[in-house]
Design a protein around this ligand. Structure first.
Ligand code: ADP
Length: 485
C-alpha cells in the first residue's frame, strides 16, 4: 500500500480530492508524512447526500446480506494487517505490535457485529382490548455521523461503523486530524468488498466544520462521538437543537486499587500493562494507582522494577514481531500532549510527589517521547489525580479504608472504568457494586471486547459500544398497534 494512495476522501464509493490539505505528522520524528484532504462543508454535504440516498436500499437488505459485506471487510483487514499496522504506527506512534493487535481487534469487532445484526428481534405485547394486537419492531436510525479520536484510530472507526452498518444505518465518518490515513486505508478495505456506494463515507478535514455540518443537517439522525469530555459536551448541546440521538464515549479517571490480600505480582504486571499501553493515551487507562498502606512500598517497588524495563522508541522499528517488540513505549501523539504531561508532572512535584523513575523527555528533540514515569507520595490536591493524564505517568497514592476509594470515584465527575485487585470474594461484589463507574475490572484490566458494553457514566459519556447494547444505539423502536375487525 503506497503512501500516496491515501490522499482522498471516500464519498459515494469514490475517491475525492480537495485543493486544500492538512499535514499529517509522524510523532516519532516530527516530520510531515503526507497531506490529506481538508474536507469542508461542501464535501460533508456530498457525503450526507450519498449516505441519505443509500439508506433506504441498505435498510431493506436482509441482515445476512449486510453480514456478507462486513465479513469480507474483516477478512480484508486481516489480509492486509501488517501494511495497515505500519500506516497506523507511522501517524499515531504506538509500537507496531500494538497496531497489529488493533487491526486484528477491528476484524474481531466487525465479525461480531456482522453476526449480531441477524439477531435484531422485536416483541409482541398483549393488547388492552380483545381485538388489539401490539408489536414492537426495531429499525435502523438512519444516516449517522461517526466522529473518532486519534488514540485508537483504527479500532474506533471499526467499533462505530460495524454496528451502524449491521443495524442498517449508513454513515459519514470523520476521523481525528492527527490520524486520518489509517481511517482512509481501513475504508479502502471496506470499499473493496463492493459495498453499495454511499453506505459508508469518510471525510477528513477541520473537525468543527465537519462536525457542525453533520449536526446542522436534519437528515443526520445520530451522532456517535469518542473524544474529550469538553467536545462531547459541545456536541450534546448542539444535538439538542434537533433532539438528535447521540452516543458519547468521553474521558475518564480510572483508579487501580490494590488491597492487601491481592496477588501483588499480578497486580503490578496488569497495572503496568494497562497504564503504559499506547503511551498512557487510553480513555479507560488507569489514571491513578491506589495502594493500600500495608502493601504500598512492596507494590511500588514491583511497579518501578517493571517500568524500568520498558523501552522507549519509535514504534515503527523494522522487523519487530508481535510479542517481541524491541520497544514498548512510543511517542506521545503531539507536542501539546507532551507539554500537558510535563505540566501535570511539574505541578505534582511542586506539591511534594517523589519521582521513583523517569520524569523527563527522552529521545532526540524532534519526536514527542517521554520516559515512563512512576510517582509516589501523591496526594489528591495534585492536578494529575483529578484530570486525565493521557501520558506515561503512574501516580501512586495510599489508602486505608475501602470508603476512601469509593468516595474518590463518587466525587469524580468521570465514571468510565475502575479496577481493583483482591482475592476476597465478598470484597469483589461489595466494591464492584459501590464504585461509581460504568466498567469494573477485577484482577485484570482487559475491558474492550466486542460482546461487552463498553462505556461510562456521568461525564464519561452516554450509551455503550459493544454487545447488543452497542447495536441498540443504532436502532429505533417502533410500536405498532393493530385493531382487528
Ligand atoms: P482528543 O483530546 O482525543 O483529541 P477531541 O475531542 O479534541 O479529543 O477530538 C476527538 C474527535 O473529535 C476528533 O476526530 C476531533 O477532530 C473531533 N472534534 C474536535 N472538535 C470537534 C468539534 N467542534 N466538532 C466535531 N468534532 C470535533
Amino acid at each position: 500500500m503506497e503512501k500516496t494512495t491515501l490522499n482522498y476522501l471516500w464519498i459515494n464509493g469514490e475517491k475525492i480530492s480537495t485543493s486544500e490539505t492538512i499535514d499529517v505528522i509522524n510523532p516519532a520524528t516530527g516530520e510531515v508524512i503526507d497531506q490529506v484532504p481538508n474536507g469542508c462543508e461542501k464535501e460533508t454535504k456530498l457525503a450526507i447526500n450519498a449516505a441519505y440516498e443509500a439508506f433506504k436500499p441498505w435498510k431493506k437488505l436482509t441482515p445476512g446480506k449486510r453480514e456478507a459485506y462486513l465479513v469480507k471487510w474483516a477478512d480484508n483487514l486481516l489480509e492486509n494487517r501488517d501494511e495497515l499496522a505500519a500506516i497506523l504506527t507511522e501517524e499515531q506512534g504506538k509500537p507496531i505490535s500494538e497496531s497489529r493487535g488493533e487491526i486484528e481487534g477491528c476484524a474481531t469487532f466487525i465479525r461480531w457485529y456482522a453476526e449480531e445484526g441477524k439477531r435484531v428481534y422485536g416483541e409482541v405485547i398483549t393488547g388492552s382490548s380483545e381485538n388489539q394486537r401490539i408489536s414492537v419492531i426495531k429499525q435502523p436510525v438512519g444516516v449517522c455521523g461517526l466522529i473518532t479520536p486519534w488514540n485508537f484510530p483504527g479500532a474506533m472507526v471499526a467499533r462505530k461503523t460495524a454496528p451502524a452498518l449491521a443495524a442498517g444505518c449508513t454513515v459519514v465518518v470523520k476521523p481525528a486530524s492527527e490520524t486520518p490515513r489509517i481511517a482512509i486505508a481501513i475504508f479502502e478495505q471496506l470499499m473493496k468488498t463492493g459495498i453499495p456506494a454511499g453506505v459508508a463515507n469518510l471525510v477528513t478535514g477541520k473537525a468543527s466544520v465537519i462536525g457542525e455540518t453533520l449536526l446542522e443537517d436534519r437528515r443526520v439522525k445520530k451522532i456517535s462521538f469518542t473524544g474529550s469530555t469538553e467536545i462531547g459536551k459541545q456536541l450534546m448541546k448542539r444535538a439538542a437543537d434537533q433532539v438528535k440521538r447521540i452516543s458519547l464515549e468521553l474521558g475518564g479517571n480510572a483508579p487501580a486499587i490494590v488491597f492487601p490480600d491481592a496477588n501483588l505480582d499480578l497486580a503490578a504486571e496488569k497495572i503496568v500493562d494497562n497504564k503504559f499501553e499506547n503511551c498512557g493515551q487510553m480513555c479507560n487507562g488507569i489514571n491513578v494507582i491506589y495502594a493500600h498502606e500495608e502493601i504500598k512500598e512492596k507494590l511500588t517497588e514491583k511497579i518501578v522494577n517493571l517500568v524500568k524495563e520498558l523501552k522507549v522508541g519509535s514504534g515503527s522499528v523494522p522487523g519487530s514481531d508481535p510479542g517481541t517488540d524491541p520497544i514498548q513505549i512510543g511517542p506521545l501523539v503531539n507536542e501539546a500532549a507532551l507539554k500537558n504531561v510535563e505540566e501535570l508532572l511539574q505541578d505534582a512535584k511542586e506539591k511534594g510527589a517523589t519521582v521513583e523513575t523517569g520524569g523527563e523527555r527522552t529521545g532526540d528533540s524532534t519526536g514527542y517521547f517521554f520516559q515512563p514515569t512512576v510517582l509516589s507520595d501523591v496526594t489528591l490536591d495534585m492536578k494529575l489525580t483529578q484530570d486525565e493524564i493521557f501520558g506515561p505517568v503512574a501516580p501512586i497514592l495510599s489508602f486505608q479504608r475501602e470508603q476512601e476509594v469509593v468516595e474518590f470515584t463518587e466525587k469524580s465527575p468521570y465514571g468510565l472504568a475502575a479496577y481493583f485487585f483482591t482475592r476476597d470474594v465478598n470484597r469483589v461484589y461489595r466494591m464492584a457494586e459501590e464504585l461509581d463507574s460504568g466498567m469494573i475490572g477485577v484482577n485484570g484490566t482487559s475491558l474492550s471486547v466486542p460482546q461487552a458494553p463498553f462505556g461510562g457514566i456521568k461525564e464519561s459519556g452516554i450509551g455503550r459500544e459493544g454487545g447488543f447494547y452497542g447495536l441498540e444505539e443504532f436502532l429505533e423502536l417502533k410500536y405498532i398497534s393493530l385493531t382487528l375487525e
